[in-house]
Ligand binder design. Structure first.
Ligand code: AMP
Length: 339
């Protein structure tokens, strides 16, 4: 195994992503993974595929395995460097589940009952309100605290969970002496929310039933351009960022993320030109950015031996950080030392 090359002077940032679906969406890319890439020079980064979290909803085992591997390959294709960062599968590091059990014993039923995501997800999966869905935030706390992460990039929907992780850490520290780092949310500078191309009031999501609503990072050029051409806009013809123009605002946000241009620059660029031109420009820009990612993904997914080398090493490096945490936690709570 190559040495874990984390610098003592850098903060540790941790982010996991669920392997659901065949591919990440443009929303995942802009809102999360493209930032992960940039963070690698500034922080010690731990990036993982959250397969333990994924089984809180029903999964077909063969699909889950395939999607997990595709998610891992996508992560590398998007620029995550498995030498510089820890890139691993959550299930390959048993410390997550072990710490989750200990932390669960100091988390109250009432606290977990208040989690809005639990309420939402149990409404959505009414026939499978399992204990894992309920204790999901405890596992998330364990993911973070096992590495003593300083920062966690989160979307608005995870804010409550991070707050809970901090409360659990604080409680543990009060009882057993200062130990866990209290994680802070990391709000990326360019953490834009990408909306559905068919209903700009809704977040772009892989679970959208309308295939034109969502761009996948592995979509080919024609598909990307076609989906942008069909994007819902409004009855005006002016490319302008304004209230009530959700569709155009969303396209402008996407274009801005990929070109670095601000809204007024985009407005000037497309002044006097119709929506058709603008949609085509956005489609081509996105497709051009995604093309090398898709090519790299195709190369990686056909090199299973290389992927295995990367994730095996990723798991070992993850364990080398968290094993120390779990040994100390076990000692602190009063377990007989194993060695
Ligand atoms: P999810 O696939 O919903 O579990 O999200 C994984 C990560 O991608 C999280 O950090 C989300 O905040 C981010 N993400 C998902 N969808 C979007 C979106 N439409 N716009 C921006 N970020 C998103």
């Amino acid at each position: 195994m190559s040495e874990l090359n984390f610098s003592k002077d850098k903060k540790l940032i941790l982010s996991l992503i669920q392997p659901t679906g065949n591919s990440f969406t443009l929303g995942n890319y802009i809102g999360a993974i493209s930032n992960w890439d940039k963070l690698q020079s500034e922080y010690n980064c731990v990036y993982g595929i959250a397969d333990l979290h994924a089984i809180t909803v029903r999964q077909d085992p063969a699909e889950l395995r395939k999607n997990s591997l595709r998610a891992y390959a996508s992560m590398l294709a998007c620029g995550i460097d498995p030498q510089r960062s820890v890139a691993f599968f959550q299930s390959h590091n048993k410390c997550h589940a072990e710490l989750s059990w200990v932390l669960g014993c100091s988390t109250q039923f009432g606290e977990l009952s208040r989690m809005t995501q639990f309420k939402d997800k149990s409404a959505k999966h009414a026939d499978n309100i399992n204990a894992g869905l309920f204790t999901y935030p405890v596992l998330m706390a364990a993911d973070i605290l096992a590495y003593n992460a300083d920062l966690v990039p989160i979307g608005i929907d995870q804010k409550q969970h991070l707050e809970l992780a901090r409360n659990i850490a604080q409680r543990f520290n009060q009882k057993y002496g200062d130990f866990f780092t209290l994680p802070e949310p990391y709000i990326p500078k360019t953490g834009e929310k990408v909306m559905s191309l068919q209903d700009p009031a809704k977040k772009m999501s892989k679970s959208d039933e309308n295939p034109n609503a969502c761009i996948f990072i592995l979509d080919d050029k024609d598909t990307v351009i076609r989906k942008f051409k069909r994007a819902v806009t409004d009855s005006e013809a002016e490319v302008r960022y304004a209230e009530g123009k959700g569709g155009i605002n969303n396209l402008m946000t996407i274009y801005s993320c990929f070109t670095g241009k601000n809204y007024s620059e985009i407005e000037s660029e497309f002044s006097g030109r119709g929506y058709g031109d603008f949609k085509l420009a956005v489609g081509e820009t996105v497709a051009d950015r995604l093309e090398p990612i898709r090519n790299e993904f195709n190369r990686l997914i056909n090199d299973k031996a290389y992927l295995k080398e990367c994730y095996t090493e990723g798991a070992q490096r993850a364990q080398s950080i968290t094993q120390r945490t779990i040994s100390k936690v076990y000692h602190k709570v009063g377990f007989v030392d194993a060695r």
